[in-house]
Design a protein around this ligand. Structure first.
Ligand SMILES: NC(=O)c1ccc[n+]([C@@H]2O[C@H](COP(=O)([O-])OP(=O)(O)OC[C@H]3O[C@@H](n4cnc5c(N)ncnc54)[C@H](OP(=O)(O)O)[C@@H]3O)[C@@H](O)[C@H]2O)c1
Length: 313
């Protein structure tokens, strides 16, 4: 099969389109023909070696954790899926080797859920990692409740755009940080946009003079430190980027594969509660350009890589 691979850590230039063996399918895994794979910042962070202390790279590495595609063959002990089923997945294992930027991926069944029928493969590929992150932080870490005010940073980005929609669905009032050109986009998602950078604290205190009940930090550093002072008494703080959050009484979260959460997200997409905005698509062979673009840090919604197959499925 064709796959994007890298054999050493480095810049986007280490990514090459290569011929790779089709992955073996374990007893509780599923062979999926990949139709689309979304790019996440963690993909290039892994490629540059930043996650080396956490995740061993077994070179050559196929990057990518997000997938939408069609089941080719379930493993011998997987009654949940049948050939032809359309699925989505957050295919993260605890090492780097067999990612989703390929024609096929062997996905552990715990990483999969049915694809939302109303989403294109491109849109669906953008849902798992960002959706699970937003869902787990809002439900399990921040425990957001109806009527509360939540501050979501990078509200126009992959995680932020899902978090705004999910928090609004929970009945929260959502303030989302974004550049001016993304303010209408954030409004359409159900949030009240404020610009980030210098003067952020004053801009948030305007609509939330008593402070916010919860902060969802996706930026870290100064943004996290500023956010601490914007919390109402008893306010909760979560970060997905800055472990320093624990020094401020908050929690750090690293998204987990969870088939129940992913199935719930798929249902919410089918109900029209959450949508995925795809800003750009690239064919598999241009994966390096997709990484480059995401690395600029200005992605609205998702950048997605599409994978052409020999047969339509
Ligand atoms: N721990 C975990 O489990 C986990 C899971 C997912 C993601 N993450 C991390 O979370 C971060 C966000 O991920 P993502 O997928 O949402 O990234 P992304 O889609 O690439 O984010 C791009 C967005 O960031 C916004 N942005 C850039 N600088 C900002 C700032 N200073 N303040 C507010 N917004 C800013 C940009 O908005 P404007 O153009 O409007 O400025 C852009 O829309 C990444 O570092 C990623 O690695 C961690």
């Amino acid at each position: 099969m064709k796959a994007i691979r890298y054999s050493r850590y480095g810049g986007p230039e280490v990514l090459g389109l290569e011929e790779a063996d089709e992955p073996r399918v374990g007893p509780d895994s599923v062979l999926v023909r990949v139709r689309a794979a979304a790019v996440n910042p963690v993909d290039w962070k892994c490629r540059e070696g930043h996650l080396d202390p956490l995740l061993q790279a077994v070179f050559p590495v196929i990057p990518g954790w997000d997938v939408s595609g069609v089941v080719v063959r379930p493993g011998v002990a997987v009654p949940e899926f049948a050939p032809g089923d359309e699925v989505i997945g957050y295919v993260r294992e605890d090492f780097l080797s067999r990612g989703t930027f390929a024609e096929y991926v062997a996905a552990p069944v715990r990483t999969l859920a049915p694809k939302p029928r109303n989403l294109t493969f491109e849109e669906a590929a953008g849902l798992p990692l960002t959706g699970l992150t937003a869902y787990q932080v809002l439900h399990d870490v921040l425990e957001v409740k109806r009527g509360e005010t939540v501050l979501v940073h990078a509200a126009a980005g992959g995680v932020g755009s899902l978090a705004v929609q999910l928090a609004a669905h929970l009945g929260a009032r959502v303030i989302g940080t974004a550049s001016e050109h993304n303010h209408d986009f954030v409004r359409r998602l159900g949030g009240e946009p404020v610009s980030h950078g210098e003067g952020l604290a004053e801009r948030v205190r305007g609509p939330a003079p008593g402070g916010v009940d919860a902060v969802f930090d996706t930026v870290g550093g100064d943004t996290l430190r500023t956010s601490v002072n914007l919390l109402a008494p008893e306010g909760r703080l979560a970060s997905i980027v800055d472990p320093e959050v624990v020094d401020h009484g908050g929690r750090y979260h690293f998204v987990r594969p969870d088939p129940r959460d992913l199935r719930r997200l798929s249902e919410l997409a089918e109900q029209g509660v959450v949508s995925v905005h795809v800003s750009e698509t690239f064919p598999l062979e241009r994966a390096a350009d997709a990484h480059r673009l995401n690395q600029e840090g200005r992605t609205r919604g998702k950048i997605v890589v599409t994978v052409a197959g020999e047969t339509e499925g």
